[in-house]
Design a binder for this molecule. Structure first.
Ligand code: FUB
Ligand code: ZN
Length: 658
């Protein structure tokens, strides 16, 4: 025990003594945010071990990031910067917002380096940063589209031009890079661009609006990084809406309504889903800094609108392809679901901010749903194919290439990369009374409580395949604090033991709060019920009438044709459910799809599930016809189309025995 005490004291001393000001910062640095109840733990403080996320994070670093850089090069996206700086004479390529994709890539590399050294990626990123910064004008303006032949269009196409969207991603990349390396080069470039905007635009200056929210998020993180309030004020200007814009906005810009009118005027989620999620994230940041109650009311209203009426079971949002937009309430078609990867990622950003404000686990339930399902599906297991859309049903048409290495609008790939790279930063938070454990996977956190006491927490688990998580809690010295341990809403039952004794505590706002004097090496075990669950949808979701979906732990499952009994496909089957004693078989398949738990369930198939049968018949005509019984197999949704193109469905017809 004595050795352990000495060891942990040494760990805490080594971790914090002489730490430079730029390092040890979380993904979102709310340390001084007046409304933040919770505060993030840096990416660097959480070492991920072998587990569910490790292969995804490994493939991100070894395949996704290097291959996307290669594609930026071969598609001329980096040359766009060299063209502006005069390093290359080439035509500009790609849509007018491609700079942002390079910035998101740099931000992701910043997070990789926050977690540990990677000389090769660092070298590549340094070269990219050099090209980016060389393209900046002395005024601070930086955008590879609105220059040369398009220079005169600057600030004239605020609805669709993405100038400030790109500026925001530049700043986020600069902040991530600075927090990884202490190198201010990219951050300074971002700050010069922010100063350029602030100099001429805003309250009492020329009017401007964003079109695509993003800048406000980065301005508030810049405020947190520099302490300069003008950046918070500028973010407030964008979120507040400038009345001059309302009068002057061109009719075709009204689709960007919510960046023209005040955020607090929004009654429901509508319009472009990614823009809406980024706006909500930025507005939550603004609330965290200002405590403006009108923002909080609006955020609560919009969050309820999303979770009660507009989110898919997978955590995806934005059901309409037209305008990449939210649909009407309960408009959640499966096959046509647009559900852009970036939109699911946007919900992660937003929920993370909401939980920092409140400590309410409903936000992590929502975050976890998107993380494991509708965002996770966006990156192939191989790491080089990406979904832009993440539908909940596919017919398996060979032309239906839903996973692709490259998109002209390549916003999703680097967004997926930055989420995976920053993931360790989403596992824990601190508050004045202790530590919060939000997510589960094997890892070791070495950080400190807010009173400065060094603290290590190690998680050992097979989550999400099994429901037990063992935590070893090691404060530098015996110390009283509260461990807030998340109790996911999806778990029908959850049991918590401390040092082998079952605790009779119930969770509040989805966290078990265990207050005690913690001693080095104390063990806490939680066990969540992982029985597969059949889920039905609100009857207003007409697409899901007569259907059920299957979940197990945080994972949504789907049926793919290639797993079904020989000669049949996913669309042939109907689940046969026996209410009181319904069962699934859960099998750990180490060789399948990188290692998954596959599920089997009883199903039947009717003679009418065949081509050549009449399209319509009077109801009951086949009621007495025998159905063929069989077992269908389900795999986690995030793995769909990793074994080729095949029919897939999440919502499956179901019959319930009386
Ligand atoms: O407009 C930039 C990005 O491209 C958006 O965030 C995505 O929805 C896609 O339209
Ligand atoms: Zn996208």
């Amino acid at each position: 025990m004595k050795t352990l005490l000495m060891l942990t004291a040494a760990i805490s001393a080594a971790s914090f003594a002489g730490t430079p000001e730029w390092s040890g910062r979380p993904v979102m640095d709310t340390a001084k945010s007046p409304q933040a109840r919770l505060h993030g733990v840096p990416v660097a403080a959480v070492e991920m071990k072998e587990g569910f996320w490790s292969p995804r994070r490994k493939v991100n670093v070894e395949v996704s990031l290097p291959s996307l850089l290669g594609l930026f090069e071969s598609n001329g996206i980096l040359d766009n910067f060299r063209r502006v700086s005069g390093r290359k004479e080439v035509a500009r390529r790609g849509p007018l917002y491609t700079d942002s994709d390079v910035y998101k890539w740099l931000e992701a590399v910043g997070f990789v380096l926050q977690a540990g050294e990677n000389p090769a990626l660092r070298k590549s990123a340094e070269a990219v940063i050099d090209d980016v910064v060389a393209a900046q004008e002395p005024s601070g303006y930086l955008n590879t589209y609105f220059t040369k032949e398009h220079r005169a269009e600057r600030h004239t196409n605020m609805g669709g031009g993405h100038e400030l969207y790109c500026a925001g991603h530049l700043l986020q990349a600069g902040i991530s890079w600075y927090r990884a390396t202490g190198d201010r080069k990219l951050l300074d470039a971002g700050q010069r661009m922010a100063d350029y905007v602030d100099r001429d635009f805003g309250a009492g200056k020329a009017r401007i609006f964003e079109g695509h929210p993003e800048f406000e998020l980065s301005l508030i993180e810049l405020y947190r990084t520099t302490g300069e309030k003008k950046y918070l004020n500028l973010a407030g200007y964008f979120l507040g809406g400038d009345p001059r814009n309302v009068a002057a906005t061109k009719p075709n810009e009204w689709q960007y309504l919510f960046t023209v009118t005040p955020f607090t005027g929004r009654k429901q989620l509508e319009g472009h889903a990614v823009r809406a999620m980024y706006a909500c994230s930025g507005a939550t940041d603004y609330y965290l800094e200002t405590g403006d109650a009108a923002y909080w009311d609006t955020l609560g209203r919009l969050w309820d609108d999303m979770t009660r009426r507009k989110v898919y079971l997978t955590g995806g949002v934005g059901s309409r392809g037209q305008g990449e937009a939210f649909g009407d309430p309960y408009e959640l078609p499966n096959r046509q679901a647009y559900t852009e990867s970036c939109a699911a990622i946007g919900t992660i950003f937003w929920n993370w901010r909401m939980v920092q404000a409140t400590g309410d686990g409903k936000y992590i339930d929502s975050l976890e749903r998107a993380l494991y399902n509708g965002a996770n599906s966006g990156l192939s297991l191989s790491g080089n194919l990406y979904c832009y859309r993440n539908p909940l049903e596919l017919v398996g048409d060979p032309n239906d290439k839903i996973r692709n290495p490259w998109y002209d609008t390549t916003c999703c790939p680097p967004n997926l990369q930055r989420i995976l790279a920053s993931l360790p930063g989403y596992f824990y938070s601190t508050s004045s009374d202790g530590l919060w454990v939000h997510l589960f996977d094997n890892n070791r956190m070495k950080w400190k409580l807010e009173d400065g006491t060094g603290l290590e927490v190690a998680q050992a688990t097979k989550y999400p395949w099994e429901g037990a998580v063992e935590l070893t809690v090691t404060p530098a010295t015996a110390h009283e604090f509260t461990l807030h341990l998340r109790r996911p809403e999806w778990a029908k039952s959850a049991r918590i033991e401390v040092d082998g004794k079952v605790l009779a505590v119930s969770a509040e706002k989805a966290y078990f709060a265990v207050k005690r004097t913690w001693k080095p090496g104390d063990k806490v075990t939680v066990k969540f019920d992982m029985t597969p669950r059949l889920v039905t949808a609100n009857e207003l979701v007409r697409d899901n009438a007569g259907k059920a979906a299957v979940e197990r732990g945080p994972l949504v499952y789907c049926m793919e044709s290639l797993d079904q009994p020989a000669g049949t496909g996913a669309f042939d089957w109907r689940l046969e459910v026996k209410p009181a004693h319904d069962t699934f078989t859960s099998d750990w398949k180490p060789e399948l799809l990188g290692g998954i738990v596959a599920l089997k369930h009883a199903a039947t198939r009717g003679a009418r599930a065949a081509t050549g049968q009449p399209l319509y018949e009077e109801m009951g005509a086949h009621a007495a016809a025998p159905r063929t019984a069989g077992d269908v197999t389900l795999v986690p949704y995030y793995t769909f189309h990793n074994r080729g193109i095949t029919a897939m469905e999440v919502w499956i017809p179901v019959a319930v025995a009386r």
